[in-house]
Design a binder for this molecule. Structure first.
Ligand SMILES: *Cc1c(COP(=O)(O)O)cnc(C)c1O
Length: 384
């Protein structure tokens, strides 16, 4: 349908800096193409410094980084891993691959992050790990979560897939739990096509992480001259991205402040433009707790009902604005029912996910902000 109100606004358009191409040329010219090369090291050093953590390893995806955490924490068949149901499938899948059971806990209505006050009652003798997911780059209540983990001797893996360049109580997301994972998928803030990273904050995991990363061998030690031959020493897989991914990622990391700032500009324009809709009770805008510095990863609105959300999605599409929902809760998906269990009624998860509408978000879409805003005001504002 061709509507007069402007060109197609995609939900996401990856933003590129002026350096990806030069760095890719550098990789080609160097003939050093496989993983663990100069660009991989530069990205890892950059991330280690930015996070202030013990070690960072680049991975082919955040999914792969999550799978590494499942191996590192020795999660085994029948063990339980506490996480929100309101998350991407990989958060759960990584542990299900090891035979563990995801135990889904409800989310907080303000941030849509796991409700820390419901975690303790979900703990059983089989519980091993808690996986807080920082939705939209807004930090979970990490102080409370780390305290629960300490008291029950559990490990905390932060799913900071959406959390680069965001903090909770001044600490970078992904640097607070024992391990943290990031995504550089093209839908995230800083991208390399497909890509991810594992941040190791508890030093006891550092040595083994390198072995798992290098297919279960001690090749890294060999390269450092610490052993005179390398051999198979543990389980592992090919968890290294190629230098092409790392080259693109390096350009993006160097521009990450600027990227975050541009996203905040768009986020802020949306937020201001929809204040009146909120005052009229037509939407609820995102809530960011005072202790969180977020990264403008997602801008969403909560509509009053599921029917109104679905209608808004459709009507925005008719106006060439591609909006999106998030997520089909894992506990109500076929695999989630088969492999996991919900702890109690997930009231907010069911309710909020049915009413959530995400708007186009990318620095590359700043120029189309007015079109999106006008369409939303028309579609949602006129609904009253
Ligand atoms: C994007 C995302 C992932 C998966 O990231 P990939 O890099 O695509 O594997 C995992 N968890 C959350 C919360 C995500 O948003």
């Amino acid at each position: 349908m061709n509507h007069p109100s402007g060109t197609q606004v995609p939900f996401n358009r990856p933003f590129l800096t002026s350096h990806e191409e030069a760095y890719l040329q550098e990789v080609l010219a160097s003939r050093r193409l496989c993983g663990d090369g100069p660009f991989t090291r530069r990205c890892q050093d950059w991330l280690t410094a930015a996070l202030g953590c013990e070690k960072v390893l680049l991975t082919p995806s955040c999914t792969a980084a999550l799978e590494m955490t499942a191996l590192l924490t020795d999660v085994a068949a029948g063990d339980e891993v506490i996480m929100p149901s309101f998350t991407f499938v990989s958060t759960a899948n990584a542990f299900v691959l090891r035979g563990a059971v995801p135990v889904f806990v409800d989310i907080r209505p303000d941030t849509l992050n796991i409700d820390e006050s419901l975690i303790e009652r979900a703990i059983t003798p089989r519980t091993k790990v808690i996986v807080p997911v920082h939705y939209a780059g807004v930090g979970c209540a990490m102080d409370a979560i780390m305290d629960i983990a300490r008291r029950h001797d559990l490990l905390v893996i932060e799913d900071a897939a959406q959390g680069l360049c965001a903090t909770h109580a001044e600490r970078p997301l992904g640097s607070i739990g024992h391990l943290g994972v990031f995504s550089f998928h093209e839908t995230k803030n800083v991208v390399s096509g497909e890509g991810g990273a594992l941040a190791i904050n508890a030093s006891r995991f550092a040595e083994r992480a390198e072995i798992l990363w290098e297919k279960g061998t001690n090749r890294r030690k060999f390269l450092l001259g610490q052993v005179d031959k390398y051999t198979w020493t543990d389980v592992g897989s090919s968890f290294l991205p190629s230098e092409f991914s790392a080259a693109v990622l390096m350009a993006q990391l160097e521009a990450s402040q600027e990227i975050t700032q541009m996203r905040h500009e768009l986020w802020g324009r949306y937020h201001q433009a929809f204040a009146e809709l909120e005052a009229r009770g037509l939407v609820r805008r995102p809530i960011v707790p005072e202790e969180c510095r977020h990264n403008a990863h997602i801008y969403y609105l909560l509509l009053p009902t599921n029917e109104m959300r679905d209608a808004a999605l459709r009507r925005l599409q008719e106006r060439n604005v591609q909006a999106a929902f998030h997520y089909v809760p894992l506990h109500s998906s076929p695999a989630g029912q088969r492999f996991g269990r919900a702890d109690g009624a997930l009231r907010h998860t069911d309710d909020l996910s049915s009413r959530l509408l995400r708007l186009p978000m990318s620095p590359a879409l700043l120029e189309q902000a007015d079109q999106v805003i006008a369409a939303v005001l028309e579609v949602v504002g006129a609904a009253a």
